[in-house]
Design a protein around this ligand. Structure first.
Ligand code: NDP
Length: 316
């Protein structure tokens, strides 16, 4: 019997390499992906052992698709040992917002609201496991406690007073704070929401369910396809800058190793923690619990975000 993990966005980058690292540790992985052919080709590119993974369809930008994915999983009646909320889209050059089928700005819809709904639906499946974990990819750029979170280009993550969400988050609204559309900031906002979601899941459900909820920043995985829609010059310079100047660069295999550690390792069985390895890539570097900005830890704000999100994805 192999423990089972669902990884969203496993067709590329961190998610793909996490899948490999989990399989190497004897786990079975469901690769939850929007493009099944791409996922299968990605699995083949790393020679993943065929009987150790399945590919299932999930488009996180669509609430119907999240519900359909969950229904298909539930029908299999399998206990779930871990869920990794990893998928994300980053579209920094958009001039006007793209919309999800539900009418929401696409990066918040995909990176956050889809995972918010998925996490809520999966709580019951996770509780069938003896030691379940729900791991969410955070990022340094959404944490103003750290240098990477202070970079003002295009703007730091900031949810304001949730004016945009309170007004329904549909056209013409594109940002959670209700201000004019900034695509790079929309990504950072979505990741801040993911980190707040994990803390709120911990507050609401850890004691009752035993599920371990944590987030991590694996380091700057500067050469994943995440940056494929960034300007070409940026794509060429960014990995070099992260390797030589900030020394925050992490390879895709190492990022996958780190996710797999947070999913499987007894040292990471702590709930309500954001894991970081600091900004340096050193052999054998140990993870530590990184403190988050007040933007991310304010419990009243996390609760407000939770309630607004529940209304947007139509759960109680
Ligand atoms: P990639 O672009 O390589 O991978 C993103 C994955 O998400 C792809 O598999 C992509 O699928 C999938 N995805 C995008 N939109 C959807 C959708 N609507 N439904 C389902 N899947 C979708 O990026 P990374 O591997 O770099 O990023 C993975 C995670 O790591 C993200 O959460 C990111 O925020 C986080 N992270 C990344 C860092 C980095 O430096 N790269 C640093 C810190 C955190 P498809 O292949 O079909 O496009």
């Amino acid at each position: 019997h192999h423990p089972l993990c669902i990884v969203t966005g496993a067709s590329s980058g961190v998610g793909l390499h996490s899948t490999k690292a989990l399989i190497d540790k004897g786990w079975h992985v469901i690769m939850a992906c929007r493009d099944l052919e791409k996922a299968a080709a990605a699995a083949q590119s790393l020679n993943l052992q065929r009987d150790m993974f399945d590919v299932m369809h999930l488009d996180l930008g669509s609430l119907d698709s999240v519900r359909a994915f969950h229904a298909a999983y539930r029908a299999q009646n399998r206990a779930l040992d871990a869920l990794v909320c990893n998928a994300a889209t980053y579209l920094p050059q958009l001039k006007v917002p793209l919309r999800s089928p539900d009418g929401y700005e696409i990066s918040v819809a995909t990176n956050y609201l889809g995972h918010f709904l998925l996490a809520n639906l999966m709580l019951e499946d996770l509780q069938k496991s003896p030691a379940p974990r729900l791991v969410t990819l955070g990022t340094v750029t959404a944490n103003s406690e750290e240098f990477g979170g202070k970079v003002p280009i295009p703007a730091p993550a900031d949810l304001g007073d949730f004016q945009g969400m309170k007004a329904g988050f549909k056209d013409p609204i594109a940002m959670i704070d209700g201000k004019p559309f900034k695509p790079g900031k929309a990504y950072k906002d979505s990741k801040l929401c993911c980190m707040m979601m994990s803390r709120e899941l911990h507050a609401r459900f850890h004691d009752r369910t035993g599920i371990v909820f944590s987030t991590l920043y694996p380091g700057c995985v500067a050469d994943t396809p995440l940056f494929r829609n960034a300007p070409r010059l940026f794509q060429n310079i960014f990995p070099w800058f992260q390797k030589k100047i900030t020394k925050g660069y992490v390879s895709q295999p190492l990022s996958g190793e780190r996710v797999a550690q947070v999913v499987t390792d007894p040292d990471f069985a702590r709930s309500g923690v954001h894991w970081s390895w600091g900004n340096r890539q050193e052999q054998g570097r140990k993870a530590f619990s990184q403190s988050l900005s007040s933007k991310a830890t304010d419990t009243t704000r996390s609760e407000t975000l939770w309630n607004l999100s529940a209304a947007l994805v139509r759960i109680d």
